[in-house]
Design a protein around this ligand. Structure first.
Ligand SMILES: CC(C)(COP(=O)(O)OP(=O)(O)OC[C@H]1O[C@@H](n2cnc3c(N)ncnc32)[C@H](O)[C@@H]1OP(=O)(O)O)[C@@H](O)C(=O)NCCC(=O)NCCS
Length: 172
């Protein structure tokens, strides 16, 4: 399978399939800030606009992982839109359950960090991860992300609060 996987920047034409992908991801995990349908109301046109905007920004990146032409993973980062926060931003990463544990998340994150270093613009990467998301925390620590603090009650899912860990990676 390894050989059939490519990771590249997401382009406008990916929008229709990305919409389907996000729909599937939204049903597969409770570790994200959105549940597709109820919270994430997206149309192809809106998604196209968002992809185009990120593509044209120097401090934002949207990566897609594809296996035999099918979207199986995604990483989205957006730096601040003001001068004082343009050097930093948060990202989110997802991989389809069926393709998990095969190094796709590692490859997405690796490419993103390489892009951040090459950008000469990004100096700090932030993320928030649910405290019980051990797999994601393991992945982030592998790349040198460190815990910076706990955000209490960050998620409210089916009447249950979940805390998040704020993690960060300095880019020097
Ligand atoms: C988190 C996620 C992106 C990881 O993607 P992936 O392609 O499965 O990741 P990889 O295969 O590259 O790496 C997984 C690592 O976690 C480890 N791992 C797997 N299960 C684990 C667990 N329960 N506890 C700790 N580590 C675990 C693997 O051994 C591997 O580490 P290694 O490279 O040191 O061997 C994916 O599981 C996902 O999309 N989850 C749902 C959405 C999500 O939680 N996103 C992050 C929100 S902050």
């Amino acid at each position: 399978m390894e050989n059939n996987i490519i990771i590249r920047e997401t382009v406008k034409d990916d929008a229709p399939e990305m919409l389907t992908y996000l729909g599937q991801i939204g049903t597969e995990t409770d570790f994200l800030t959105f549940r597709f349908g109820e919270e994430l109301q997206l149309s192809t046109a809106k998604l196209e606009q968002s992809i185009e905007s990120i593509y044209n920004r120097k401090n934002a990146l949207n990566l897609v992982a594809k296996c035999d032409g099918k979207i199986i993973g995604n990483l989205k980062f957006s730096g601040g839109t003001k001068t004082r926060t343009a050097h930093t931003g948060e990202f989110g990463i997802t991989v389809l359950k069926d393709y998990g544990g095969k190094g796709i998340g590692t490859r997405l994150l690796s490419k993103f960090i390489e892009w951040s270093r090459d950008s000469k613009l990004i100096r700090k990467i932030n993320l928030r991860v649910r405290t019980d998301n051990e797999k994601a925390i393991h992945l982030y620590k592998k790349f040198g992300f460190v815990e910076e603090g706990i955000i209490k009650r960050d998620f409210l899912i089916n009447e249950v609060f979940y805390d998040s860990i704020a993690m960060g990676l300095l880019i020097d």
